[in-house]
Design a protein around this ligand. Structure first.
Ligand code: S3P
Length: 171
């Protein structure tokens, strides 16, 4: 089964890069947040406010498990996915995990836009550095760490494609 998982902080561009990458590979593109929203018929921020974060994390975990059978897919995951349960291990054992790494300054710029905290319940300005520092312990365990600050989504997609092909040859 061939799968590439994109992990990384909110606002790092996993969905945009994921779409480019899926085109470059001729694979399908899936986004775990979108799957959850579609299944429940409400937005992520509503899920957080009405059912709480633990409920969301369970949904996220179930979604990951339901995708294990998929082949030739690029999967963009929510920023917290690798941090809960043994999700990171599950991803690493079932595919190629890529950390889309964006500098703290650039993440702050992106997340400071007014509409962001309504879309992303955890994107509060003051928390970004603290949450990122904790999550780096997980993100940095990806198969491939892709620094993307000065690259276009297409350049990032091509970089990941190259890294994936090299990894496939090596295993
Ligand atoms: C979250 C990130 C969001 C979404 C939810 C929680 C997080 O996804 O899953 O709001 O814990 O970082 P994006 O990374 O796609 O914004």
């Amino acid at each position: 089964m061939e799968k590439i998982y994109l992990i990384g902080f909110m606002g790092s561009g996993k969905t945009t890069v994921g779409r480019e990458l899926s085109l470059a590979l001729g694979w399908r593109f899936l986004d775990t947040d979108e799957i959850i929203e579609q299944r429940l018929g409400i937005s992520i921020s509503k899920i957080f406010s009405e059912y709480g974060q633990i409920f969301f994390r369970m949904e996220e975990r179930n979604t990951l498990q339901s995708l294990l059978k998929e082949n030739k897919v690029v999967i963009a995951t929510g920023g917290g996915m690798p941090v809960f349960f043994n999700n990171l291990e599950l991803m690493k054992n079932s595919g190629y995990v890529v950390y889309i790494s964006v500098s703290l300054d650039l993440l702050r710029q992106r997340l400071n836009k007014d509409d962001e905290s309504t879309k992303r319940p955890l994107a509060k300005k003051d928390d970004v550095e603290r949450i990122l520092n904790f999550r780096l312990n997980y993100y940095n365990k990806a198969h491939y760490i892709c620094d993307v600050d000065n690259l276009t989504p297409l350049e990032v997609a091509n970089k990941i494609k190259g890294a994936y092909k090299r990894w496939k040859k090596s295993i």
